[in-house]
Design a protein around this ligand. Structure first.
Ligand code: EUG
Length: 585
């Protein structure tokens, strides 16, 4: 049985399913933490830079009085845990030393007032804090602060209410600890006819994912784009609401003219974007538009035979997607990424290094149920049958111009097919299936190279070739997925490494750096990155002598003169920390 404290945000009803993953993560680890034996020695506590133990201890005593005593010090052996056991102590998928990105303490406030008190405390003691919603930003640093020794402000533990769920206008208002699973279950319980747009894993925070500008796969797949209204605590402790939420409370949250979740912009400048992927405030409430149940959905896949089909596939996707004939965020994967959800590396091959692409026919294809293919496109259409059928007919006709294209429906696939789990994701049902590929290698860990690409064949091929070449150079299998937005693609390249192997981590780190710099030379920018690479990626957005970062730093200094809020997050340090040797470029 998974205790709620152990796997917050994961309902009991999925305990057995979740436990199958827990077991696989344990089996995939080559060295387990000792179950019994001597109590591990207390490890040296990492303090925030410039803070000594005496000051820290005194500050922590005070912090406890502000959050009902809910403060935990990070001074024991680090445990990487597994996906649902969110480790809040450090980055559980370390690319360097396990304690390179280690926090000093975790506090869990239970109310907006307590979060404000924590922010004022940080200013008084000049101790950096790092807010997380649930800390499941896996692959991008998880719950680890960018600045080691920061105190984590864990909003997800105690602030997890669905505050509003409105069927008529199809929206919700949430606290940071509401996971996709929780929102889904709450909607079911209410009987309201609404859908959630879920990302690949259902355990994350809806607010956290949207603030990091994560992606989902229904027509509401742009999570930040679908938000409406925020409540934010600024670095000086002041509370603001954006959009229509700035009208006095009686007219927004509870009054008859509650428009906070109906109109994004309000009046005057629109600040919401400044609080995504930033360190300018702590979001304590956020509204989201929800998709009304479309009364019917049909997921399907189309496979393509040749590696070289990539160009034509993407050229075919673009016009269909822009005109909403493909209504959702479809997902184009290479056969290697597909292979990784059907088995680990050694179940395919025991050779050294990555599986050579000229041996895919021999090594990979025979183990897949779809027969020969190199690319697989996942799609979904929505609405009553007449509408779905019309969409599918047009989509089929266009893609069938590519010789060898083959459309398959979920009912015609084996029980364990990945397509069947996509039916869940495309219909807003949270799942965990996407954890499969993390176990490709022993002690499987992942980060991602995530550049934005135009939805054109030429650019897709350019990215594919560059990324493939650099993977080869560093000895990794290449796992490409293109998630198609309206006018661009998020090219999500899963980098899977062995976190217990120094060699594997060193190669993964060097490869990421080269991918980022080579990509930038070709005009490709990442939409999101691991804390280890945030300085480097921010520096690639360098137009006009880095004018954008100067602007970010200016805002940072104005809002957060003491530099207490998540210093260094996404490359924004501000005056207190900039130039003190913390940047990694
Ligand atoms: C995915 C993973 C990501 C991301 C977007 C999507 C999952 C795709 C690890 O990062 O940024 C299958």
């Amino acid at each position: 049985m998974i205790e709620p404290d152990y796997a917050p945000g994961i309902p009991f009803r999925v305990t057995d399913y979740a436990n199958t993953y827990k077991k696989r993560f344990q089996d995939n680890a080559t060295t387990m933490q000792p179950a019994t034996g001597p109590v591990p020695e207390i490890r040296a506590q990492v303090f925030p830079q410039g803070i000594n133990k005496e000051i820290f201890d005194e500050a922590i005593q005070e912090l406890k009085t502000l959050v009902d005593g809910d403060v935990v010090l990070v001074n024991e052996e680090l445990d990487d845990g597994w996906y649902l056991h969110r480790p809040l102590t450090h980055d559980a998928f370390p690319l360097g030393a396990q304690d390179e990105f280690v926090n000093s303490a975790i506090c869990s406030p239970g109310s907006v007032e307590q979060v404000q008190a924590v922010v004022r405390w940080a200013n008084k003691w000049l101790i950096p804090i790092y807010p997380i919603s649930m800390g499941r930003n896996l692959g991008y640093g998880g719950a680890a602060a960018r600045l080691p020794g920061s105190v984590i402000v864990d909003l997800g533990k105690r602030m997890k209410k669905v505050l509003e769920l409105d069927e008529k206008s199809a929206f919700c208002l949430l606290e940071p600890g509401v996971s996709y699973y929780m929102l889904f279950d709450e909607i079911k319980k209410s009987g309201k006819d609404l859908w959630v747009d879920v990302p690949d894993l259902g355990g994350g925070s809806v607010i956290g994912n949207a603030l990091d500008r994560g992606v989902g796969y229904t027509p509401y797949g742009d999570h930040f784009g679908m938000h409406c209204g925020m409540e934010i605590i600024l670095p000086n402790g002041e509370l603001i609401r954006t959009g229509m939420g700035a009208m006095p409370d009686a007219n927004t949250s509870h009054g008859s003219a509650n428009t906070w979740q109906l109109f994004q912009y309000g009046f005057g400048p629109y600040p919401d974007g400044l609080f995504s992927q930033s360190n300018y405030g702590i979001v304590t409430k956020m509204g989201f538009w929800l998709m009304p149940n479309p009364k019917g959905h049909q997921t399907f896949q189309i496979t393509f035979e040749k590696e070289d089909d990539l160009y034509e596939i993407v050229e075919t996707i673009r016009p269909l997607r822009i005109r909403n004939i493909i209504p959702n965020v479809p997902h184009l994967r290479h056969i290697m990424q597909e292979a990784s959800v059907y088995g680990d590396r050694k179940s395919f091959w025991d050779g050294d290094g990555p599986i050579p692409h000229d041996m895919i026919d021999e090594i990979v294809v025979p183990k897949m149920w779809m027969g020969n293919f190199r690319w697989i496109l996942y799609l979904c259409v929505y609405g009553p049958e007449v509408i779905r059928k019309a969409h599918i007919d047009v989509i089929r006709e266009e893609f069938y111009k590519i010789p060898g294209a083959k459309l398959t429906f979920p009912d015609d696939t084996p029980a364990n097919s990945y397509l069947r789990s996509r039916v869940n994701i495309y219909a807003g049902v949270p799942d965990l299936r996407e954890l499969d590929w993390v176990m490709w290698l022993p002690n499987g860990s992942h980060t991602a190279f995530s550049p934005i690409s135009p939805t054109t064949g030429e650019d897709a091929v350019k990215q594919y070739e560059m990324t493939k070449r650099i993977h080869r150079k560093y000895g990794f299998d290449y796992f490409p997925t293109f998630c198609v937005g309206w006018r661009e693609m998020h090219h999500i390249v899963m980098v899977i490494y062995d976190r217990k192997s120094e060699d594997s981590k060193r190669r993964a780190t060097a490869m990421m750096k080269e991918l980022i710099s080579e990509g930038a030379k070709l005009g490709m920018g990442e939409y999101r990155t691991h804390i280890a690479f945030q300085d480097q990626v921010m520096k690639t957005y360098s137009y006009n002598d880095g004018a954008l970062l100067k602007f970010h730093d200016q805002i940072k200094d104005t809002l957060d003169p003491n530099g207490i809020m998540a210093p260094g997050r996404n490359g924004i340090w501000g005056s207190r920390w900039r130039g003190t040797g913390l940047e990694r470029t």
